[in-house]
Design a protein around this ligand. Structure first.
Ligand SMILES: *[C@@H]1O[C@H](CO)[C@@H](O)[C@H](O)[C@H]1NC(C)=O
Ligand SMILES: *[C@@H]1O[C@H](CO)[C@@H](O)[C@H](O)[C@H]1NC(C)=O
Ligand SMILES: *[C@@H]1O[C@H](CO)[C@@H](O)[C@H](O)[C@H]1NC(C)=O
Ligand SMILES: *[C@@H]1O[C@H](CO)[C@@H](O)[C@H](O)[C@H]1NC(C)=O
Ligand SMILES: *[C@@H]1O[C@H](CO)[C@@H](O)[C@H](O)[C@H]1NC(C)=O
Ligand SMILES: *[C@@H]1O[C@H](CO)[C@@H](O)[C@H](O)[C@H]1NC(C)=O
Length: 638
């Protein structure tokens, strides 16, 4: 190489180096931007910036550009403007007040309804426990109820369809505002949020409610700090005052590779080992040792290799991270299950056999049935479950695809499926304590919550039912059977389905009545509610052989009981157990609401089950099939 060329190379490299360092300095948002102030917000700094400041400061999103007018900091949303009351950089929160509210003026009205959908969810987080909804309503007749407090009218006069000059306005506070409790003459005008950090001291007086409204509502912008975490496909969350990044998802499995990649590598290595040994043997050992030793050596090597595959499974079970499911050959599957000797059960998509890995642990091997029209369910299951890890989701160890034969290898769950314990047949399965049943329900709830929110993708199961909840030796529940599951981007709230999925009795009504609302994660919430109801009632929800006609459909019977103010009657249960069962029933009734929008999200369900506070009586969850049909002009043969 000539000297000029070397000089050229050196100068190019130094220019590149120089460039990278300068670019770095420019990308650092904090170093170049000083904080600014407006009125009582003294410290406006990253991710926020004041309008008019350098464009490169602050988080690159127009929502973080604050306005300053008459010493008042203003936050601009597409559909609303709020006054900024406080920014807390230590807990990544910002507090807003509606500009219509005047301190101390109990007839002033907020101007903007707070609609979560208006806030870019990729940046702002609404924590349910930070705020509490406050609704302004008006009625054409007076209501006599302690939860509705007389207030000024805060709606739009032109929306009142009545001749009568007299209207009655109220304000009410609550996590769930019961539209169904409202008299027919009432209309909700606006819904706001008030901070629940400063717990509303008195929600039964107008001044108490206004004090909270004037304090404002809070939300978090911690997601702007999730960039690195998102890039590494982590699950970013706020824990206390820390932004944490967790890697639950083994996202490193491109589906396209599942079919061929690993198999080729595996056989490639084996063939390579064979070839090397044979060649070495032929050249070197031929005269020394003779043929029998050669065979012994080959067999030994092959078995070592084979064992090491299984040993890595144990590593996998322990490390839980970054290990792909293992690809097995069909003959290995056959060996593992001792030629499919012990059948554990039969599902819609295949038969499950008991097996044992060479390295010791027992496994359940699901052999997919031949009746499968295509491999969609199989790919769906491997693709979904192969990527995730959670204590309440069954762990996929490996799989096998060979011609028309497909199999999945799971952790073995010695206690079988939950349906055996819900209505135990005499003498067959032991019955679980109420406390254990409650723990199981909480486990299933957090498993489903994890599927919905724990990964980059939203996993909708679509077939939550007792048969698909397996129990390990300590009765820890694990969600299984992902044959109907689908992956969606997390921001897709409504999903499209070509065919109704699920099992009758657990399937959400929107699956077959299109007019109720779109299909979303709320379909899983419904199925979970039906499951929870069966766990609480220890019976099938639908039992034609019940003691009395009114008890045939358990959810509607139990709703009527609770609605009439009666308590749950359970034989041989202590007070604590009765409380637990009642809580399960209440949460279940919330989950099986007819309209998807009335059902809580899964993390709310976990909160409700874990919490100690008295739950509000849910609205009547169902309409008889005939009523829905008439509502929507559908003809249903009953
Ligand atoms: C804003 O506040 C500063 C000092 O705090 C005061 O001097 C100024 O007059 C105020 N401006 C308006 C428009 O109120
Ligand atoms: C403003 O807040 C930022 C972020 O917490 C902090 O780094 C900075 O020191 C603060 N500046 C002033 C003047 O308080
Ligand atoms: C209170 O607010 C109402 C509605 O905005 C307004 O009409 C009224 O003048 C205010 N009262 C006082 C004392 O500011
Ligand atoms: C409102 O209800 C309470 C108890 O529910 C009753 O004592 C009171 O008389 C009622 N008031 C009116 C005006 O109906
Ligand atoms: C009140 O409602 C009418 C008709 O719906 C609408 O045109 C008008 O803009 C509304 N006024 C306000 C202040 O929202
Ligand atoms: C409203 O007023 C009109 C005429 O003033 C009357 O014909 C109509 O019946 C009234 N409607 C109601 C609901 O009172």
């Amino acid at each position: 190489m000539s000297t000029t060329r070397i000089q050229f190379l050196i100068s190019t490299i130094s220019i590149l180096l120089l460039c990278t360092t300068t670019c770095k300095a420019q990308n650092n948002p904090v170093s170049l931007c000083s904080s600014s102030s407006c009125g009582n917000i003294r410290n406006i700094s990253y991710p926020f910036r004041l309008k008019g400041g350098p464009k490169t400061c602050g988080y690159p999103n127009s929502n973080f550009e604050l306005d300053c007018q008459n010493n008042q900091t203003i936050f601009n949303l597409k559909s609303a403007k709020y006054f900024v009351e406080a920014i807390d950089y230590s807990k990544f929160s910002i507090r807003f007040v509606d500009p219509g509210l005047e301190k101390g003026n109990l007839s002033s009205c907020p101007v903007y309804s707070v609609d979560y959908d208006d806030w870019p969810s990729t940046i702002f987080n609404m924590f349910f426990d930070w705020n509490i909804p406050v609704a302004f309503i008006h009625c054409l007749a007076p209501i006599n109820s302690s939860i509705y407090v007389k207030s000024a009218f805060c709606g739009n006069r032109s929306n009142i369809f009545s001749n009568s000059s007299e209207i009655y306005s109220y304000v009410t506070v609550g996590q769930y505002i019961h539209l169904s409790d409202l008299e027919d003459s009432c209309t909700v005008d606006r819904v706001f949020q008030a901070s629940s950090h400063r717990t509303m001291r008195d929600s039964s007086s107008l001044s108490g409610i206004y004090e909270s409204l004037a304090y404002g509502f809070e939300l978090s912008w911690f997601r702007v700090l999730c960039g690195e975490c998102k890039k590494s496909n982590g699950f970013c969350s706020l824990e206390g005052n820390q932004v944490s990044c967790k890697h639950y998802c083994r996202e490193d499995i491109p589906l396209s590779q599942l079919g061929f990649g690993c198999q080729f590598e595996y056989w490639g290595t084996i063939i390579g080992v064979f070839a090397a040994i044979i060649i070495a043997a032929i050249i070197g050992l031929k005269f020394l040792c003779g043929f029998p030793f050669l065979v012994g050596l080959v067999v030994y090597k092959w078995r070592r290799r084979h064992l090491s595959v299984d040993e890595s499974i144990e590593d996998f079970l322990q490390s839980q991270n970054n290990l792909m499911p293992i690809k097995y050959s069909y003959s290995e599957i056959k060996k593992m299950t001792n030629n499919f000797k012990e059948k554990l059960g039969e599902g819609a998509y295949g038969t499950v056999f008991k097996g044992k890995l060479r390295s010791g642990p027992y496994v359940a091997v699901k052999l997919m049935g031949k009746s499968m029209a295509n491999d969609q369910e199989f790919i769906s299951e491997v693709g979904t479950i192969g990527r995730i890890h959670h204590i309440n989701v069954v762990q996929l160890i490996g799989f096998c695809v060979e011609g028309s034969k497909c199999a999945l290898v799971y952790d073995f769950m010695p206690k079988g499926s939950l349906d055996k314990y819900i209505c135990p047949q005499e003498g067959r399965a032991l019955s679980l304590s109420y406390e254990k049943m409650f723990e199981i329900s909480l486990g299933v709830a957090s498993g489903v919550d994890y599927l919905h929110r724990g990964c980059d993708m939203q996993i909708l199961h679509f077939d939550i039912k007792p048969h698909n909840i397996l129990l390990d030796e300590n009765f820890n529940p694990k969600i299984s059977d992902f044959g109907l599951a689908k992956l969606y981007p997390t921001n897709d709230s409504i999903v499209s389905l070509t065919a109704a999925r699920g099992t009758m009795g657990y399937m959400a009504p929107e699956m077959f009545y299109k007019n109720i609302g779109g299909v979303s994660y709320k379909a899983d919430v419904y199925s979970f509610g039906m499951l929870l109801m069966e766990m609480a009632g220890r019976r099938k929800n639908m039992n034609p052989f019940a003691d009395s006609v009114s008890q045939i459909y358990f959810p509607s019977w139990v709703y009527e009981q609770l609605h009439a103010g009666k308590d749950v009657e359970i034989k041989d249960a202590v007070e604590k157990e009765k409380k637990m069962v009642k809580k399960m029933i209440m949460v279940a009734l919330w989950c099986i609401q007819m309209k998807p929008s009335d059902r809580p999200s899964m993390n709310k369900v976990v909160e409700m089950l874990e919490g100690d506070s008295e739950l509000q009586m849910p609205p009547k969850p169902f309409v008889a099939p005939r009523e829905i049909a008439e509502d929507h002009g559908i003809n249903v043969a009953l």
